[in-house]
Ligand binder design. Structure first.
Ligand code: NAP
Length: 338
């Protein structure tokens, strides 16, 4: 058996960003690997996830998750291989997902990890299409937005991890029309040509409200919001009576230093009797097995497609995060470790 690693590199937050995070706010540090205690496993991370919610954890504000601590490793979803175990039910060679990302080697309480099957899908898929972002799309569309066959659905951030899955799930389940917005012409083409969206537009090419009205002349029944701001305002205009909004994320605001004005038309929610509900994927973990069964089936049949943007090397981990915030990813942004 090869010797266990004595050190691991990990990304620490060293300053709280003001506006857009910069390289001065973080540091990649080499640290000793702690001895395993009873009930823990040692995992060699093969992939870790970079996600928009991590921007919020860089701020020192109370939220649904505690802020990252200064001079401590950041965390987040990761997938890897068990290389040592002091926990029942885990043996060397097992593949697991856990929340000790942003590092090469992770000491993980086994109770905070779960097994995944690399024969069913590549390990990276458990961070995206079969992981947290996929579950968000699934529960957000089917539970929060209460999607019904025949709905016209609009999703923003539509070429990203959550958005690309939302649009395709709506199509698979019989949406009348699926519309997406994304930030480049290449992404727009992907939506209509590969993912089967009925219409898509590049929000950088003109006012969202005008482009949405052209794409949905009869209005929309569901808006799945990943972006907030002018997208939410446009959706409020386009929604039909008794329309539904799943508030999943508002990435257009995450680096704002000033309060943002839109949506200015919230009064439409009264006039149209709209329902608007926030969603947190961690409230829905009990649905994971149903989700994996359904989504693995649609992947196997070819009905559901997905992209990953994989950045190689832990030293590029922070660049992958800021790149994702700027839209450099198509589908799930993931960092691969050798
Ligand atoms: P993602 O969509 O894969 O990546 C983020 C994307 O956001 C970028 O690729 C970029 O695409 C887009 N973006 C960045 N700035 C924007 C702006 N100002 N206006 C419009 N689009 C912008 O990320 P994801 O992990 O799937 O997350 C998508 C959303 O879901 C985020 O808001 C996230 O916070 C939320 N989320 C919520 C939960 C929950 O439990 N509520 C769970 C997971 C994710 P373009 O090139 O198209 O601009």
């Amino acid at each position: 058996m090869s010797a266990l690693p004595a050190t691991s590199r990990e990304w620490h937050l060293v300053a709280r960003p003001q506006g857009w995070p910069t390289a001065e706010d973080v540091a990649l540090r080499e640290v000793p690997v702690a001895e395993l205690e009873e009930g823990q496993i040692l995992v060699r991370n093969r992939y870790f996830s970079v996600d928009p919610y991590m921007r919020g954890r860089m701020n020192d504000v109370k939220s649904y998750l505690p802020p990252f601590q200064i001079d401590r490793p950041m965390d987040g979803g990761a997938a890897g291989e068990v290389i040592a175990s002091r926990a029942e039910g885990y043996t060397v060679g097992d593949h697991v997902v856990h929340n000790f990302g942003w590092r090469e080697i992770a000491v993980v309480p086994a109770a905070q990890a779960y097994h995944v099957d690399p024969a069913l899908a590549p390990l990276s898929a458990y961070l995206g299409v079969l992981g947290m972002t996929g579950l968000t799309a699934y529960v957000g569309l089917f539970d929060t937005a209460a999607f019904r066959e025949g709905d016209t659905v609009f999703v923003s951030g539509a070429a990203g991890a959550v958005g690309s899955q939302v649009g395709q799930l709506a199509r698979i389940k019989g949406a009348k029309r699926v519309i997406g917005s994304a930030g480049s012409d290449e992404k727009v083409k992907l939506l209509t040509e590969e993912y089967g969206f009925d219409a898509a537009f590049n929000y950088k090419r003109g006012p969202v409200g005008e482009q949405l009205a052209a794409a949905a002349p009869e209005g929309i029944d569901v808006y799945f919001d990943n972006v907030g701001g002018d997208h939410l305002e446009a959706a409020l205009d386009a929604l039909t009576v008794h329309g539904r909004i799943a508030l999943c994320g508002m990435i257009s605001l995450y680096n704002s230093t000033e309060p943002t004005p839109a949506p200015r038309n919230l009064a439409l929610a009264v006039i149209k009797r709209l329902r608007m509900e926030g969603l947190l994927v961690t409230d829905h973990l009990a649905e994971r097995s149903r989700f994996v069964r359904d989504v693995a089936g649609w992947l196997a049949s070819g009905e559901l497609k997905h992209h990953e943007t994989i950045v190689e090397g832990i030293e590029h981990g922070f660049g992958a995060f800021t790149g994702m915030m700027r839209g450099e990813n198509t589908g799930k942004m993931i960092v691969a470790l050798s």
